[in-house]
Design a protein. Structure first.
Length: 480
């Protein structure tokens, strides 16, 4: 009864507000607001019946989505963002009406860290040097986090759901990989032509290889748990081999490094050494930053402007990397130095989310300037952790790192505690994918893209779902 009284009061409140707005602004369409509330039961039923289908569609669209420029300053990841917004609206309505179905997410420490992360983004947006862009950034975070972090635990309940998750992501990616390899063959697999081969689904070879390297472990788990001596087993093995070939031919040094470190992380997870590894990594990064900062030692990494160019041949590209004459790495140093100087300018609150491009040029050092320092692509600092420190301040960086470390430790804990081989393996794969995302984002800003951003937040929701599964397993063992 109390619940219905509250709903009645909300309905009356909507009518009064709608009437007041209609009179104040002389706009009768405000009177339609109460009828939106009246449609709520339909929305609620839609959530129960159809959101699961929308979720599978959402996963399928992760590889297939493409960037659509609506105006010179506004773009849309089409059609994935449309589905994200729809699920967010439906889930938000259901959250207010029946929060109990979100209990697993609402009671998770992971979601609490996500909320702190979001709140700080909102706070830093109010002090932003580009407030409109920052608010747009905040809203985009919401419609990525709600579907992937809060809805995922509702959808993933049993083995068939986990299997469908893997297939919904890997099947469309496999189709894209085959057709991209075919198109690459038409250009004789030339490094300089790779961008043409992956249009329009990927902006460049970094986006392509980043998603590919994250889906390879998922493809492996499909192969591992597919019954032996079946056509599906042979097909999954062939597609996994094809994905590895495609990863090599993506010519992405960051993705290759991520794969190597991802493989090494298997040993770390199995030995339960992730906590020690994180502490060691933090100390190492601190020593590197201190040594570069001391008496401006970073100046030694300044490139030779005239010798730093883009190489069409991949062999020359690798050679230039070793000799510090590769333009992409040289430009990274250019922006990293500018970013470090920006942090000293606004260390606490930052310049505001989505503001780096508009603010970084005055902080650059001319000694690091390259042929592409005019930044025609409007790209950012090429290090996600540094980007957060610049745009959201040190507090924002601490909050995000706390979230990321919690996810890694949670994956390790689940791997150690599960008795089921399937769920142990899923926990391990999630940990590996998170490690690889961390490596990739040391040289790029992939969490702000629809591809890797979706995978990252999906890992968060999957960890919450696994936590619930672990409780069920522990309970069944205790009663057996």
């Amino acid at each position: 009864m109390r619940q219905y009284r509250i709903l009645d009061l909300i309905s009356y409140l909507f009518f009064f507000i709608a009437g007041g707005l209609a009179i104040w602004f002389s706009q009768p369409w405000y009177l339609s607001i109460p009828f939106v509330w009246a449609l709520y039961p339909m929305v609620s039923n839609f959530f129960i019946l159809e959101t699961k289908q929308l979720f599978w569609i959402l996963l399928t669209l992760i590889p297939l989505s493409t960037e659509l420029n609506l105006t010179s300053s506004l773009s849309l990841d089409f059609p994935i963002e449309i589905v994200l917004v729809i699920i967010t609206v439906i889930a938000t309505a259901k959250l207010f009406h029946q929060p109990s179905i979100f209990n697993d997410s609402l009671q998770s420490p992971l979601l609490l860290l996500v909320v702190f992360h979001l709140l700080w983004i909102l706070i830093s947006s109010f002090f932003s040097t580009t407030p409109l862009l920052s608010i747009k950034y905040f809203l985009a975070k919401i419609w990525y986090i709600i579907p992937f972090v809060m809805v995922t635990p509702i959808v993933l309940k049993n083995y068939s759901d986990w299997k469908k998750l893997a297939l919904c992501m890997c099947i469309p990616m496999s189709v894209l990989v085959v057709q991209i390899l075919f198109r690459q063959s038409l250009y004789s697999f030339e490094f300089g032509a790779i961008k043409k081969a992956m249009f329009p689904f990927f902006r460049n070879h970094v986006n392509y290889s980043s998603l590919l390297v994250c889906l390879v472990p998922i493809g492996w788990i499909i192969w591992k748990f597919t019954p032996n001596n079946t056509f599906q087993k042979k097909l999954s093995k062939w597609l996994l081999f094809t994905a590895l070939i495609a990863l090599i031919l993506a010519y992405s040094r960051g993705a290759w490094l991520a794969m190597i470190i991802g493989l090494l992380s298997i040993f770390i997870f199995r030995k339960n050494w992730m906590g020690k590894t994180i502490i060691g990594s933090v100390i190492l990064i601190g020593v590197i930053i201190s040594s570069l900062s001391y008496q401006k030692n970073y100046i030694a990494f300044a490139p030779n402007h005239d010798q730093t160019i883009f190489h069409e041949n991949f062999g020359e590209h690798l050679s230039a990397t070793i000799n510090r004459k590769d333009i992409s790495n040289a430009e990274r140093f250019h922006r990293w130095v500018a970013g470090a100087r920006m942090i000293t300018e606004k260390p606490i609150i930052g310049f505001g989310p989505n503001s780096f491009y508009h603010q970084y040029q005055p902080f650059t050092v001319s000694a690091f300037k390259t042929w592409v320092s005019n930044n025609p692509e409007h790209s950012t600092v090429h290090n996600y952790f540094l980007l957060i420190a610049i745009e959201q301040g040190i507090i924002g960086l601490i909050l995000f790192i706390a979230l990321f470390i919690y996810m890694l430790l949670e994956a390790q804990l689940l791997y150690q505690q599960f008795q089921s081989e399937l769920y142990r393996t899923i926990s391990l794969i999630l940990g590996i994918v998170l490690v690889m995302i961390g490596v990739i984002n040391c040289g790029s800003d992939m969490i702000e893209t629809d591809k890797i951003g979706s995978v990252f937040w999906l890992c968060g929701g999957a960890l919450i779902a696994l936590k619930k599964t672990l409780k069920i397993e522990s309970s069944s063992i205790a009663h057996s």
